[in-house]
Design a protein around this ligand. Structure first.
Ligand SMILES: NC(=O)C1=CN([C@@H]2O[C@H](COP(=O)(O)OP(=O)(O)OC[C@H]3O[C@@H](n4cnc5c(N)ncnc54)[C@H](OP(=O)(O)O)[C@@H]3O)[C@@H](O)[C@H]2O)C=CC1
Ligand SMILES: CC(=O)N[C@@H](CCC(=O)OP(=O)(O)O)C(=O)O
Length: 380
């Protein structure tokens, strides 16, 4: 069993004779706790978002990762596959088993689409809270979900029970949620970038454009030819330009921000030859040119711990959020034009997935919203 305590490092290794030896240290100044750690399970622990959950939970003082699953690697130690977790995790992967998961307080599904929907109902019935990093519960319209995800939804009743986990628009709903639909990575960067413009109703909502670029980790850890270095390296391309499944998710989110507006977004994703990060350049036509847009953005996000509005005209870089749970953005306008341009960057694995999931967990369990999420970005 792993104990992910922020100030402790310990583990077990085999000695030369094949016996087990324990090693590590515990910080004598670690705070004494008057309450139990919550027990979390991770389904899909060998994927990029699953291992990112483990990395971030290792810096969280209130969570014990009780089990982690992989069908392909069942029986293998986590720190053997991921040596970066030596001293932070002495669990072995196990095959998913709903009875074992039911002993957790919370289960994260870091699995492909159409997996969590098979297990969520039983877990919820047993009082286990669920955060799904996939898209199973993101879209409120079952027919739209089935059209984009290409399969029948087996738990359509839970779609309406799920709370969309974008804290900047849904904080109070997330606090009381049993089931959270964690947003998609592009959808996070794009919804947050458009949010103040849509809420204030100062742009033409029917001609929004979102130009998204993602690093290759957005496509997951399984082998896919287009993601090979020889295919994606030193190259740059659009994909799904005639329609991406985050399109309906983005439009649904923007409509919730201002239900009176006929929102329509043209979203084109691109694959860029880097590992982590998303940059979304957003374009909207201003219908009100009197509003101080910099002041609008600063005031809307002033109390948001994980949104950073840079000075007017700055250029946010993906490397400025690498490993960090922040969405960083800046505004631009070209001379004589009524187009407002927003550049929004996130780390797809952190604010776009595992970090946002932990932010949601913190809200659901009454922890500090930023617990485990305070580390600044990695540079260079
Ligand atoms: N990568 C990203 O940037 C983002 C990803 N997401 C979403 O998060 C989810 C996870 O993504 P990511 O970590 O990239 O995916 P990966 O492909 O890297 O990992 C998927 C994980 O799920 C497990 N898995 C696969 N099929 C099943 C199954 N049927 N039952 C149980 N476990 C299964 C795999 O292990 P095994 O097969 O051994 O069981 C593996 O551990 C996806 O839904 C993705 O769309 C959301 C935002 C950003
Ligand atoms: C580069 C790349 O392939 N990116 C992925 C990002 C999707 C994602 O992570 O979101 P979901 O959770 O909705 O799958 C894609 O475009 O499919």
């Amino acid at each position: 069993m792993v104990h992910t305590r922020g100030s402790s490092r310990r583990g077990t290794d085999r000695d030369r004779a094949g016996g087990m030896v324990q090693w590590g240290f515990t910080n004598a100044n670690a705070p004494e706790r008057g309450y139990a750690l919550i027990r979390a399970g991770i389904v899909g622990g060998t994927g990029y978002t699953g291992v990112e959950l483990l990395r971030l939970l290792a810096m969280h003082g209130d969570v014990e990762v009780a089990l982690i699953t992989s069908r392909a690697e069942a029986g293998m130690r986590v720190d053997e596959l991921f040596p970066s977790l030596r001293g932070h995790c002495d669990l072995a992967f196990e095959a998913p088993d709903d009875a074992r998961l039911a002993a957790c307080d919370l289960v994260f599904f870091a699995t492909p689409n159409a997996v969590a929907m098979h297990s969520a109902r039983d877990l919820l019935a047993k009082g286990v809270r669920v955060i799904d990093l996939s898209a199973d519960f993101r879209l409120q319209d079952q027919a739209v979900w089935e059209a984009w995800y290409g399969t029948e939804h087996v738990a359509p009743d839970l779609i309406h029970e799920a709370v969309y986990g974008l804290p900047e628009i849904n904080r109070s709903g997330i606090r009381g949620a049993q089931l959270v639909a964690n947003p998609g990575c592009y959808a996070t960067a794009i919804q947050l970038g458009f949010l103040p413009l849509i809420e204030a109703g100062v742009v033409d909502p029917s001609h929004l454009v979102a130009d998204g670029k993602s690093g290759a980790s957005g496509g997951g850890r399984q082998a896919k030819t287009p993601m090979l270095l020889g295919e994606a390296g030193e190259s740059f391309k659009t994909y799904a330009a005639s329609g991406h499944r985050h399109g309906p998710e983005i439009e649904q989110g923007l409509r919730l921000m201002n239900p009176d507006l006929p929102v329509q977004v043209t979203f084109v994703p691109h694959l860029i030859p880097m590992v982590r990060g998303i940059e979304a350049t957003l374009y909207a036509q201003l219908t009100d040119t009197t509003t101080d847009l910099q002041a609008l953005y600063e005031s809307r996000f002033r109390d948001e711990p994980f949104v950073d509005v840079m000075p007017w005209g700055a250029h946010p870089e993906t490397r400025s959020v690498r490993g960090e749970n922040t969405c960083r953005m800046a505004l631009h306008q070209q001379p004589g034009q009524s187009t407002i341009i927003v550049s929004s960057v996130i780390d797809n694995l952190v604010k776009g997935a595992a970090g946002q999931a932990i932010q949601n967990m913190n809200l659901m369990f009454g922890f500090e919203e930023g617990a485990g999420l305070q580390a600044p970005a990695l540079l260079p």
